[in-house]
Design a protein around this ligand. Sequence first.
Ligand SMILES: NC(=O)c1ccc[n+]([C@@H]2O[C@H](COP(=O)([O-])OP(=O)(O)OC[C@H]3O[C@@H](n4cnc5c(N)ncnc54)[C@H](OP(=O)(O)O)[C@@H]3O)[C@@H](O)[C@H]2O)c1
Length: 256
Amino acid sequence: MQLFDLTGQVAVITGSSRGIGKAIAERMAEHGAKVVISSRKPGPCDEVASEINAKHGEGRAIAVPANIASKEDLQRLVDDTNAAFGQIDILVCNAATNPYAGPMAGINDEQFGKILQNNVVSNHWLIQMVAPQMLERKAGSVIIVSSIGGLRGNALIGAYNISKAADMQLARNLAVEWGPSNVRVNCIAPGLVQTDFARYLWENPELLKQVTDPAPLKRIGQPDEIAGAAVYLAAPASAYMTGQTLVVDGGITIAW
Ligand SMILES: NC(=O)c1ccc[n+]([C@@H]2O[C@H](COP(=O)([O-])OP(=O)(O)OC[C@H]3O[C@@H](n4cnc5c(N)ncnc54)[C@H](OP(=O)(O)O)[C@@H]3O)[C@@H](O)[C@H]2O)c1
């Protein structure tokens, strides 16, 4: 058994048309997985799937667009994957939403509701749709992309951080429920990564400095630097790990 071998495993990765999700899909494919590329927009999903098929051979990637806010879309994502690849072995809940930055007093109910829906409840929906087959086979790895925001108080993105803390708790709860059936559930908590999602943070020189100055590695991360943690959590290398949150943040959370 190779520690990081994903040969023949089927991985569904939400939000994989760009950023961290795309890097995870590419690296999982490189380690042998068949991958399902998903986001709201069909065009970018098709492009990523085509790139992966061109690199690793036809049939290694398919595109199934789905908005994580829609239960129907998520069910179609699961059904289309089962139809194309037969089963789902690895689920990466990566797509998330943050429509608001500012003090908690200023967030409206719609914004708060959307954050909790997309970042917590939709993960719950999708995981519950995939779990029965994993539990039956007594094998499976669920990975939720959380954030170091879920480990810290913060005056700018407080509601988003509440959702990311809830993801860590979701992983702990499901790890306890499903451990006896050998289905593992873990989170990854990235620090600041250079993607479109966090552009408003890293493009602001003052905010960027606030992050990089105290960080031991003195820089923000790249999407590909998060992908290895996902490969690890999907692979036999992490067979004895469940309910945990793996922090990948250049050391920012351990520094003064
Ligand atoms: N970047 C950071 O600094 C950072 C730090 C910690 C945690 N994270 C977490 O990392 C994850 C990925 O973020 P990222 O930085 O890689 O973002 P990104 O580069 O902006 O990519 C986001 C991906 O999610 C898709 N997406 C957005 N809304 C969606 C929806 N409603 N339904 C389905 N797909 C949707 C996007 O495609 P479409 O627009 O086509 O839907 C895209 O594929 C998120 O959970 C985020 O909270 C990011």
